[in-house]
Design a protein around this ligand. Structure first.
Ligand code: ZN
Length: 450
């Protein structure tokens, strides 16, 4: 067997098994290219930047677009007015522009109201946001729900502003429009769904959350044309108001979501970190734990916290969907987060590609995790007679745990235990257990329970 054939040999026989290192890297590079192209776009919780981003994503995967009008009540919230911006700058009376929106979408506080006025430096300073602890970085600030305006700039530039008069211009508009959500459904055998969510509201920021957007898009693209047991629903929406609006808009169908995962901050060089659902023991939690433990040494499993990304909304008291979260960096613990240092150069194709493969491996566990019934349950069946102990050419031949996995499966499969149950009870790897279950099924000793 050559290296390429070996690469996926011990994968579950569904999605990730067809991947080799070259494809993972090539996919990471393609994701990074689109991420870099989307980076300059001025996204916000509403407005043309989100639409433009979703339009470009359709080069990777078809999306259906939902526009929810301004003023629509969504649970305890109301869809806000739409925001768009043409230009913004701070120009000294001497003619020099110290801050210009054309250089970076971060320079204007998101949702700034329009302004066109002359002001003194003293009057201007309270409107300026910088990061003294990182004097070269420009922070990302918003004022979504309070009418206000302001600029963000590096501390270095702020310190360099000379005395005098400044022409301050923000050519923005706030108007009745809509909030835009992109969605892709991969139909599986079952109507039961796996939800994949990525937030879309951050302007020129790469890891948070263009990384989540591109990984989700390439997952959806990969599933295209492949048959799966579950249906997979990909939702691209602004953080908080977007997930809330999407749930409010789709409440009658939410019961179809069996498993879910929020994707964010997947392109930095940190280890993969999975945050459990608020119940802590959902199948997605167990599937992610099985994959991270066996495949990603140094990865971390974290308990739920009602602080972070949109998993908060999906796990809220009146919704309680089993939605976990996969990131590398943790929100609040990644210094470049919400600053100009979160740029494409700080995100690597390799990290994106591996996060993508990790998701497919988690999906594989979801796909394979079912209950089986032993068809010869009285005493142990005679395995030697069926040739199961020595399957020539099987990847797990010679793996000492293989025989144990066969015995555990035959012992546990009375129709009440899933493969994850067997793997957890036995301490054996889920991939090994799933492979052995297939062997036993092919030998006529196991059949899926209904
Ligand atoms: Zn953020």
């Amino acid at each position: 067997m050559n290296d390429k054939a070996m690469a996926g040999a011990d994968e579950l026989p569904w999605l990730a098994a067809s991947l080799d290192e070259t494809e993972v890297m090539r996919t990471g590079e393609a994701m990074h290219r689109l991420l870099s192209r989307l980076f300059p776009i001025c996204r916000s919780i509403t407005g043309p930047g989100v639409r433009e981003t979703l339009a470009q994503l359709t080069e990777v995967v078809p999306l259906s677009i939902t526009e929810i009008p301004t003023g629509t009540p969504v649970f305890d919230w109301t869809v806000p007015r739409e925001w768009s911006i043409e230009e913004a700058y701070i120009e000294h009376e001497g003619g020099k522009r110290y801050v210009d929106f054309r250089d970076s979408a971060l320079h204007v506080v998101g949702y700034s109201t329009p302004v066109d006025q002359w002001t003194s430096l003293e009057e201007l300073l309270p409107r300026l946001h910088s990061l003294p602890q990182h004097p070269d970085w420009v922070p990302f600030r918003t004022s979504y729900y309070k009418e206000d305006w302001g600029f963000c700039l590096s501390e270095k530039v702020r310190q360099s502003l000379p005395a005098g008069r400044y022409h301050v211009v923000i050519n923005s508009r706030l108007y009745d429009g809509s909030l835009t959500i992109g969605e892709h459904l991969h139909a599986g055998e079952s109507d039961d769904e796996v939800l994949v969510f990525a937030h879309t509201c951050h302007p020129s920021l790469a890891n948070d959350n263009l990384s989540g957007i591109v990984v989700a898009a390439w997952l959806a693209a990969f599933l295209g044309g492949r048959s799966t047991r579950f249906s997979y629903r990909f939702v691209f929406a602004p953080a908080t108001i977007g997930s809330i609006a999407w749930m409010a808009h789709n409440e009658p169908g939410l019961h179809r979501i069996r498993h879910g995962i929020v994707l964010a901050m997947l392109g930095d060089d940190g280890p993969l970190r999975y945050q459990r659902t608020c119940g802590g023991n959902a199948i997605i939690d167990r599937a992610a734990a099985a994959v991270l433990r066996s495949r990603y040494p140094g990865s971390q499993l974290l308990d739920f916290s009602p602080w972070g990304f949109d998993e908060r909304q999906f796990n809220s008291a009146g919704i309680r969907l089993p939605v976990g979260r996969l990131t590398r960096a943790l929100p609040g613990h990644y210094p470049p987060e919400h600053t100009s240092a979160d740029m494409p150069a700080a995100v690597s194709p390799a990290a994106l590609g591996e996060a993508w493969r990790a998701c497919l491996r988690i999906f594989d566990v979801l796909e394979c995790d079912r209950r089986y019934i032993n068809l010869a349950p009285k005493g142990e069946p005679q395995l030697g007679r069926r040739g199961i102990y020595r399957q020539a050419g099987g990847h797990y031949d010679g793996v000492p745990e293989r025989q144990l996995a066969l015995l555990w499966l035959l012992n546990q499969c009375d129709g009440s235990k899933s493969l994850l149950d067997v793997a957890e009870h036995s301490g054996l790897d889920i991939q090994l257990v799933a492979h052995c279950a297939l062997e036993l099924q092919q030998a006529g000793l196991l059949e899926p329970a209904l």
